[in-house]
Write a protein that binds this ligand. Structure first.
Ligand SMILES: [Zn+2]
Length: 81
């Protein structure tokens, strides 16, 4: 498995670009790094780092996303608004 550069989207909760990958109990998840000014939002956990990144980056509304349910869209949990 080769490492690929990962582009993390800005946080959908606070808009800062300080997200990083963190270990989760069952794999990895992307979090908005509070130590760098982020809000601490958490993305969904996945077994692989790219999987966690996908969950984080996919939280953005897109023209095709209207067909998805709200539950499917909610991949990032915001602690504050
Ligand atoms: Zn944030």
């Amino acid at each position: 498995m080769s490492w690929q550069p990962i582009n993390l989207a800005v946080c959908p909760c606070c808009g800062f670009d300080v997200a990083r990958i963190a270990p989760a109990s069952d794999g990895f998840r992307v979090i908005c790094d509070m130590e760098r000014g982020g809000c601490g939002a958490e993305g969904g956990s996945a077994k692989t780092e790219p999987g966690a990144v996908g969950l984080w980056n996919n939280d953005y509304p897109s023209p095709g996303a209207v067909a998805l349910t709200n539950a499917a869209l909610k991949r990032v949990w915001c602690w504050q608004r």
